[in-house]
Design a protein around this ligand. Structure first.
Ligand code: NAD
Length: 360
């Protein structure tokens, strides 16, 4: 059977790591028709938008995509293409496993965490107003009416919507995964002591869902304490469920527990569509040099193959990555540096992908 998959190479290191991923997937023998679509700053001139309609149409038609990272200008410029894709297809669950691999260069050797990050709400909703915007004055009026402490007149404002439905959807995804995969505990991460309305609603809703899944242990932790706990003893955690922004930050923290951003795969799952991508960004500092670590993207492809019903090929890829890293002879600069303190003798992106293919 041939599977259709939309491939969005992205920018920065995206084209290099997606090429490595594609070669590894093809080497498993699974038949895939890749529908390559471009998005990001590179298509702005041609389409007048970083996310052309043709990309949305392709993802909508095929239902499965894998992408490289796409650069988002900081502070000004277009909004994130990555966030826009998640909103366009209501990809409400961002699933990020963080699993130690032999020779991954981490201080820890037995990390096994899975992050469920709500992917559509929170401060990522894109409801933002610049200083001086009429909406800022209108909000100042509302704050005054409510008898709350006024904010400075020259403030910019970002709004943080968190809904019961959104919180329920991500909580159910986390608990159902925990039950299906034999996990022991779900931890809700929040800041409900300060943001009593938004994080309070998130926590209450996750608690309700927890009560519907009595076979899974449940606890909640305030996000700052959770970060401290994760770096001190990751084995204290199992499955984590978080609102969008904390999920973003804690995902990178957890990637750091398993050898860094080059190691952490991810999936954005909705009801009718799924987009797979590594946790990391476009790494402009190392782009175009054939030194990026494609492991996270390759492991994202393993998640995609599982989603496509190709569990055997997915496991074959994971085993090949494990074997390549365990051997340690052909690893990228980030891993070599973590293991030895120097990148000397590191392999390039392509050579590493070749080594993984040789271990399939
Ligand atoms: P980043 O994740 O791109 O890089 C952070 C650090 O990790 C850099 O030093 C980089 O070299 C290193 N790194 C990342 N991936 C690596 C890999 N595969 N192999 C080796 N080293 C790797 O984060 P950033 O620099 O903050 O963001 C760069 C751009 O990426 C920004 O425009 C940001 O908005 C975007 N971004 C996109 C996505 C996405 O497409 N889903 C996610 C996060 C960030």
């Amino acid at each position: 059977m041939t599977h259709d998959v939309v491939l969005i190479p992205g920018d920065g290191i995206g084209p290099e790591i997606t090429e490595a991923m594609r070669r590894v997937v093809e080497a498993t023998g699974v038949s895939i028709t890749w529908h390559v679509e471009q998005a990001g700053a590179g298509v702005m001139d041609e389409y007048g938008t970083p996310l052309p309609q043709r990309v949305l149409d392709a993802v909508s038609k095929v239902g499965v995509a894998i992408k490289g990272p796409i650069t988002t200008p900081v502070g000004t410029g277009f909004r994130s293409v990555n966030v826009a894709l998640r909103h366009a297809f209501n990809l409400y669950a961002c699933v990020r496993p963080c699993l130690s691999l032999p020779g991954d260069g981490s201080r820890y050797h037995d990390v096994d965490l899975v992050i469920f990050r709500e992917n559509t709400e929170d401060l990522y909703a894109g409801i933002e107003f610049d200083p001086g915007a009429p909406e800022v004055a209108a909000l100042a009026g509302l704050v005054d009416q409510a008898g709350l402490r006024p904010f400075r007149a020259d403030s910019a404002i970002s709004i943080k919507p968190i809904s019961e439905a959104g919180s329920r959807a991500i909580a159910e995804a986390a608990f159902e995964y925990a039950e299906r995969c034999g996990r022991r505990k779900v931890t809700a991460v929040h800041k409900a002591n300060i943001m009593k309305a938004t994080d309070g609603l998130f926590l209450r809703t996750v608690r309700e869902v927890a009560s519907e899944h009595p076979s899974i242990a449940f606890e909640d932790k305030i996000v700052d304490a959770a970060c401290m706990g994760l770096v001190q003893d990751p084995s204290d955690f199992d499955v984590l469920v978080l609102p969008n922004l904390y999920g973003d930050i804690v995902s990178d923290l957890c990637a750091g527990l398993v050898g860094g951003l080059g190691m952490a795969p991810g999936a954005n799952i909705g009801t009718s569509c799924a987009i797979f991508e590594a946790t990391h960004g476009s790494a402009p500092d190392i782009a175009g040099q054939d030194i990026a670590n494609p492991t996270a993207e390759i492991l994202s492809a393993a998640m995609m193959l599982e989603h496509l019903g190709e569990a055997e090929a997915a496991e074959q890829i994971r085993a090949a990555v494990r074997a390549t890293l365990a051997e340690g002879a052909v690893v990228t600069a980030d891993v070599r540096r973590a293991l030895t303190g120097s990148a000397e003798g590191a392999a390039g992106t392509r050579a590493y992908a070749d080594a993984v293919i040789a271990h399939l």
